[in-house]
Design a protein around this ligand. Sequence first.
Ligand SMILES: [Zn+2]
Length: 113
Amino acid sequence: MVKKLPKTKKVGPTRGLGPRYGSAVRKRYIKVITELKRPHKCPNCGFVRVHRESVGVWKCKKCSYTFAGGAYTPMTKLGVVARRAAKGLPVEETAKEAAKAAAVEPATEEETE
Ligand SMILES: [Zn+2]
């Protein structure tokens, strides 16, 4: 008689995918989706009840405050820079930080000297 192996329960966002799409893609998917599914803090009332309504649209379940944000996170580094620029605040340092984070070419100010 063949002894059956104990069934191991697969958990996580990629449990339904099986071995498909490759481990690197599945790992990246896990990182994005866990951040997306996690309840976020509301910038209006402070409750951790913000969920994604649509791509880039975030809504608080407590106060129904709807706002625009990143596709997978309610706040992105580039979004912070854009907000500061819109307010007319200095954006130099935050812009550099965002550029570094996004792995975009850093500002080349020294070259003009
Ligand atoms: Zn709220």
